[in-house]
Design a protein around this ligand. Sequence first.
Ligand code: SAM
Length: 213
Amino acid sequence: MRLRNVKGSREKIEGSAFVIQEPKEYRGKWNAVFKNDNPIHIEIGMGKGQFISTLASQNPDINYIGIEKFSSVLVRAIEKQDELQLPNLFLIRMDAEELEEVFAEGEVTRIYLNFSDPWPKDRHAKRRLTSRQFFARYDKVLKEDGRVIFKTDNRILFDFSLEEVVEAGWILENHTFDLHNSEYVEGNVMTEYEEKFSSLGTPINRLVAYREK
Ligand code: SAM
């Protein structure tokens, strides 16, 4: 998602108390930001933030960090958080390629990937957030029993991701090609993209992956 340049977005990001401006400074110290030792769940590519802000309001004992690479999109998530003022949700503007510079080994308990960009060209495969290159980054920052949870409407990207889980040496805990008509739908929180695609009748794929350490 890349919205047209939103005027004043840079100032809005720099002025927000909910955005961590220099996230690399908190590597290994994220619990100090939240002022508790609760588990940390992150969403990479959160878009406008509906999913993560809903989860944060439902689960006050979990700390959430929403990551988004584009300022024009991040400002929409800031606007939501300005209304909600959730103490367990912070936002970061960054590219997920820098994940290991921002989180220490085992600092994250769960990673959500929702409707990630497909990067359809083969030569861009390593940019997909479910590529083996990204699983190697997740391996570094995730706790031993941590989980990666991925949802998408894109069946081609999903099939690729199922293969990459195995290639990366991870284990598939479960997966479905039609989340909304599956046993896993209970408690499902919809993202903006999920609402759009499921209203058009497109089935939603979801997988949960972990590794044995
Ligand atoms: N998760 C939201 C949803 O489901 O409604 C937004 C989905 S949108 C298709 C994907 C989002 O991921 C975009 O906002 C994009 O800017 C962001 N994104 C893509 N690659 C990223 C990366 N490497 N690091 C951080 N954000 C990324």
